[in-house]
Design a protein around this ligand. Sequence first.
Ligand code: BYC
Length: 312
Amino acid sequence: MPEKKQEALFQQAVDGEQKVEPRDWMPEGYRKNLIRQISQHAHSEVVGMLPEGNWITRAPSLHRKTILLAKVQDEAGHGLYLYSAAETLGIGRDELIDQLLSGKAKYSSIFNYPTLTWADIGAIGWLVDGAAIINQVMLTRTSYGPYSRAMVRICKEESFHNRQGYDILMTLSKGTPEQKAMAQDALDRWWWPSLMMFGPSDKDSPHSAQSMQWKIKRQGNDELRQVFIDRTVPQAEFIGLKVPDPKLKWNEQTQHYDWGEINWEEFNQVIKGNGPCNAERMAARRKAHDDGAWVREAALAHAEKKNKRNAA
Ligand code: BYC
């Protein structure tokens, strides 16, 4: 069948809300774009374990420590589902990891900021997982079957992460003046980077139009960012914290918050590798990869031995 005809049939199936499955014909651009997005998502989950892992040994109680441990383990699991989903598109795990370690593939800008206090763990759960849920609920309806199914479970876990983060900040906000100040400081530092998680404004987003046509993305970056702001500002007010945006104001006409300007120069610097913790994050991933070499070799040797035994 001519390629143009195949593409038209593919678009028709996508428009009709049929899921695309690994063995289905798909345009090369669709496959490449999905590998790009899913693998960057997987890398974000794995790199995202680092800022929170930083606080496992210093959690303020056994109870908080067990919750944080479970959360960080969940993120590892999300990475695994997502690497597996990317592999169904015909790329190997080794190549994906190489792309991360060589700096060719991006991961979310948000994980290049430091976790300076315990309140930052609350801010990550509340704001970072909160932003992630809004983006990822949309992705449960993405056109690629394995990605959309992975997102269903991930979203359930993210919602527990979000609540535990909010609970940390609520507790601090009701605590001593110092604890409340620590919660406010975390919100001050994480608010704007959280808004950047949704990516550049739609007009500056090179992938959005095509991704929307293929229903990889179902909503634009700006629309999702606005949903996040509208949902999160009342939550901040409820625990007595102030969102660090002097232009933030409820707009009766639009029924949305008006808000200030993202510092896109900061965003561009962070995704170019010049954020506060980029070098540290990549060094930690490279070390983990090198330290884990013996596990990969042992698993391979075990698999080869098993194959030989089965073949005999
Ligand atoms: N950071 O055309 P655009 C989590 C890049 S982890 C870095 O709008 P697209 C969690 C973009 O990749 C949550 N880079 O792209 C884990 C592209 O670069 P390339 C992670 C960004 O793909 C642990 C360029 O800018 N979530 O929840 O249409 C603990 C142009 O952008 C960012 C996902 O990955 C950014 N913030 O839209 C706690 C969700 N934004 O590839 C929590 C899945 C943009 O051309 N991903 N870029 O070099 C998506 O939904 C989409 O990829 C995005 C961007 C909305 C992020």
